[in-house]
Design a protein around this ligand. Structure first.
Ligand SMILES: Nc1ncnc2c1ncn2[C@@H]1O[C@H](COP(=O)(O)OP(=O)(O)O)[C@@H](O)[C@H]1O
Ligand SMILES: [Mg+2]
Length: 344
């Protein structure tokens, strides 16, 4: 039997979300096939053997524990998990792991760099500006990476010239909508830039797309398949942290109520985006379909999407005739580390 470590929790704002994902995975894993080792990382970065909900045993020698494994499933969302860091550790030990490798994980975690790759791939995106916090000021970074140091006052005036309200202000490295706000005027723009700066030095400001928010699951290494497209129906003005995890009124609709040809195009673009970031294993690719035009705008790619049995990724797979259990077996089978050259 293969020794499989499920690493969850982690040092990001999504520690709790990861725990929920891991619990579903642990419940559904094929116990005949795998000898399962659940490992919990707390918010401070301490590692524990997870015995049960109430009992954790501190792991003294992390390297020794990890090296014993045949395969690792890092069910970690956000920084230090979905950003290439844990993937880097597993590469060093040559242990196959579920999901995207270092490069695709780190690009996809960073919204500014994701945009650069998507643009190269010719995928339509909303208009945006990229800035960085610098001491008490901000650095405006243009599309050729020329930098200019400005005050908050100056930089918001510049942004206003280039983008229309409402705008979304986001920490470049964010997840679960943490630190994301929608600004309708310059006062809010200023406030929300300062708010985003609490989470990341790098900040994005985007024009709003009015329309449907839709998602597509992709699965595979070289031979990638795309699921049916699902729709998010946020109970709040946008899909904030509260709307995602707290507000029971938020719903999903699978398949999304969009024309067949738009769905097909989204599936095509989802695979393209996944390949563009050099994705492996799985990802959930998120889009907007503009109300007036039906134009498709790509928003982001999540290399380790939520994985509870009611999360969008497994539900999209299920709607595409891949049950949760089959999905788990499949992504574990797709595991590899970078030096593996027998790609499938
Ligand atoms: N340009 C935009 N236009 C309209 N809504 C947006 C835009 N950007 C973000 N949103 C809303 O904010 C939510 C969170 O933004 P997103 O970029 O997906 O960050 P996260 O990585 O935290 O999920 C989205 O699900 C959507 O509801
Ligand atoms: Mg999102």
């Amino acid at each position: 039997m293969k020794k499989l470590a499920i690493i969850f929790g982690g040092m990001s704002t999504e520690n709790k979300v990861s725990e929920l994902s891991a619990k579903s995975i642990l419940k559904n894993l094929d116990k005949e096939k795998y000898e399962i080792y659940p490992i919990y990382i707390d918010e401070k970065g301490e590692w524990y053997k997870y015995i049960n909900e109430k009992k954790l045993e501190k792991i003294e020698n992390i390297i020794k524990t990890i090296k014993k494994m045949d395969v690792v499933f890092p069910v970690l969302h956000g920084l230090y998990g979905e950003d290439g860091s844990i993937q880097g550790m597993l590469e060093l030990f040559k242990i196959p792991y579920v999901g995207c490798k270092i490069l695709s994980s780190s690009i996809s975690m960073d919204k500014a760099y994701t945009k650069i790759i998507f643009e190269k791939a010719g995928l339509r995106q909303t208009k945006y500006e990229y800035i960085k916090k610098y001491q008490e000021k901000y650095i405006y970074v243009d599309k050729q990476f020329n930098e200019k140091i400005l005050t908050l006052e100056e930089i918001t005036k510049k942004i206003e010239k280039n983008l229309k309200y409402p705008m979304f202000i986001k920490p470049s490295n964010s997840g679960s909508s943490v630190g994301i706000n929608k600004a309708k005027n310059i006062e809010q723009l200023k406030k929300y830039i300062q708010e985003a700066a609490k989470f990341d030095r790098k900040i994005l400001i985007e024009e709003e797309i009015k329309g449907k928010e839709v998602e597509c699951a992709v699965l595979g290494n070289e031979n990638v398949i795309a699921s049916v497209v699902g729709q998010i129906k946020s109970a709040e003005e946008f899909y904030s942290y509260n709307a995602k995890y707290k507000n029971q009124e938020s719903k999903t609709e699978i398949p999304a109520k969009i024309p067949e040809e738009i769905s097909k195009e989204i599936q095509k673009q989802a695979i393209k985006a996944f390949k563009a970031v050099d994705g492996k294993g799985l990802s959930r690719v998120d889009f907007f379909v503009e109300e007036k035009t039906n134009n498709i705008f790509i928003n982001e790619i999540n290399t380790m999407p939520g994985f509870t049995d009611i999360s969008m990724y497994p539900k999209l797979c299920e709607a595409s005739n891949i049950s949760y259990k089959t999905l788990l077996n499949k992504i574990i089978e797709l595991s590899q580390y970078k030096a593996d050259i027998n790609d499938t």
